[in-house]
Design a protein around this ligand. Structure first.
Ligand code: NI
Length: 226
């Protein structure tokens, strides 16, 4: 499942974050690339553990922990500390797949990457190109979202970022390990949860929402890995 999550950050948060990002130190993005993706990766990044990256990473994680759509769709177990990248002057990232396991820098912690996330800090009219293109079973989906919005997609997907031919594309990107490893099972739980929310609104005093909530939790109990 590929899902856009609107308004993860407010316009004010995006503006403040953007000022800090624009003033920060940027290095070659190959520092966090695997062997295969380093060959096709051409962008800039803020170094891992940079104070600005940490501060804004915490802002993102706090916002996500209060976002019902994100929690329902991702069923997150562990979230990798968000990283930040910038594409300008024709920079791009060719087709690749994200590493399956990532070590959190400076810690003994590793996460399995079930879902990849990109949160946009540039408005779409600030740059040309820079589409995130994700290949799934239905073809290629092109994603370019308003600032403050985020896309979630399975880390198993091949994906690329098209060249940025004008302006700058500034984003945060990170991965997460879900309690539900399998994308099909996770999508099914998300659909079920969405339907339960609607039934609860339409029939607040009926028994069906409670019964289906029981089904939801019993499926979660069967499938979740903690
Ligand atoms: Ni990637």
């Amino acid at each position: 499942m590929l899902l856009s999550i609107p308004g993860v950050l407010t316009p004010e948060e995006v503006k403040l974050a953007r000022q800090k990002l624009d003033a920060a130190e940027w290095v070659d993005g190959k520092v966090t690339a695997g062997h295969q993706s380093a060959k096709v990766k051409d962008n800039m990044q803020i170094p891992e553990n940079h104070p600005v990256g940490r501060e804004l990473g915490d802002l993102i994680i706090n916002a996500l922990s209060r976002n019902p759509l994100f929690l329902s769709a991702a069923l997150p177990l562990r979230v990798f500390p968000p990283l930040f990248n910038r594409y300008t002057g024709g920079q791009a990232f060719g087709t690749h797949v994200d590493n399956a396991i990532r070590q959190v820098a400076g810690t003994p912690h590793r996460i399995r990457t079930d879902l990849s996330a990109t949160l946009f800090f540039s408005a779409p009219d600030e740059y040309d190109g820079g589409e995130l293109c994700v290949e799934d079973t239905y073809g290629v989906k092109k994603v370019k979202l308003p600032a403050g919005h985020m896309v979630l997609y399975p880390s198993t997907s091949l994906h690329h970022v098209t060249p940025v031919t004008r302006g700058a594309r500034v984003c945060s990107f990170f991965w997460l390990q879900s309690m539900i490893r399998d994308d099909g099972q996770r999508t099914l739980l998300f659909d079920l949860d969405s339907a339960i929310q609607r039934i609860g609104q339409d029939h607040p005093s009926g028994p069906y929402a409670v019964q289906l909530t029981g089904v939801y939790h019993n499926l979660l109990r069967q499938w979740a890995e903690l």
